[in-house]
Design a protein around this ligand. Sequence first.
Ligand SMILES: NC(=O)c1ccc[n+]([C@@H]2O[C@H](COP(=O)([O-])OP(=O)(O)OC[C@H]3O[C@@H](n4cnc5c(N)ncnc54)[C@H](OP(=O)(O)O)[C@@H]3O)[C@@H](O)[C@H]2O)c1
Length: 249
Amino acid sequence: MDRPYVILCVSASIDGRISLGPNRTMFDLDKRDEVLGTREEWEQFYGSFEERYQPDVYMEGSSMIVREGAELRRLAPYDGDPEDLYRDHLPREVIEKPGRKGWLAAVDGRGRLRSGYTGEEDRPLMHLVSRAVCPEYLGFLRRAGIPYLVAGEKRVDLALALTKMKEELGVRTVLTSSGGRLAGALLKLGLLDEVHIRFNPVIIGGFDTPVLFASPDLRYDEPPVSLEAIESRTCPDGRIFVGYRVIQR
Ligand SMILES: NC(=O)c1ccc[n+]([C@@H]2O[C@H](COP(=O)([O-])OP(=O)(O)OC[C@H]3O[C@@H](n4cnc5c(N)ncnc54)[C@H](OP(=O)(O)O)[C@@H]3O)[C@@H](O)[C@H]2O)c1
């Protein structure tokens, strides 16, 4: 495989909602969100996959961090040659940082993540960007010492970004708990290898509440994605854990 193995693990309601409502970030979570699991339960669930797969990268989407439509921080203009910026930026001091165990990766095709967060001590953050981001943004990432990979014109070309992760950084396994649109895109593109879902005994409903896999409707002649069971477990309190391998077409 010319890309890393990609595993999704996510917590959902019985009707496949992954959030209590539209446009909520990880910073909006409150007690009510615990119907999808408490923080401790999530850490246990997610942690079991960390242990099992020892992923090199934890990858997430931008909507978990920044709301759609949120006002973005203004950035200083970039006065160098902008074309230089649109090349992958992998500073040696980050790649070769002593004690680095892996990476966090954020899909950020529009350049919306502007806090300057550099990741964890042993897992620096890399941004996956498209060529549609403005030069000021890439200049900002460089000044902040944040690595980035450039893939795609208008949004991140996820296949290319994953291939670059493997070729340029030796990444073999990616774990993601991404939201429904990113998971939907990965699945549709044949870039997801395993799906692990913790179903919680609640129904959330909603027309715009994020779902497990949001992607364009199937064409008339397009088959659904088939799965092969890996494991399943039902708890007395009604939670159901399921794991599947994706059968690639
Ligand atoms: N229950 C859980 O376990 C769980 C886990 C994670 C998230 N969540 C919740 O899920 C919600 C977010 O889900 P969401 O569906 O709104 O957003 P999302 O899945 O996070 O999708 C947005 C991200 O995917 C990228 N993306 C989407 N389609 C793409 C495509 N075709 N090609 C390339 N990149 C693509 C976007 O890139 P751009 O930045 O370029 O637009 C963005 O980074 C939040 O409420 C979050 O709290 C729940």
